[in-house]
Design a protein around this ligand. Sequence first.
Ligand SMILES: [Zn+2]
Length: 81
Amino acid sequence: MSHLRPPHNCTELMSDISMLLDGELDRHSENRLMDEIQKCPTCMQYYNNHSAYKKNVAQKVMRKACGESFKDNLRAKIRGL
Ligand SMILES: [Zn+2]
């Protein structure tokens, strides 16, 4: 009986993908993971969904940050009057 390692495990890759999107993987693991993702439609979809979600969150955070500094500017102006 030959012991074959499963070539691809979506469940395991999904946690790797989260780490990748959080920027927690090194360049080498990142490249290997991207290869793996591109071979599998399930992982590809998971990756796309999550990178879209992260981008969305990043944009919201940025918008909020802009809003905050705008308010701070306003507050500074009001204080200066
Ligand atoms: Zn997969």
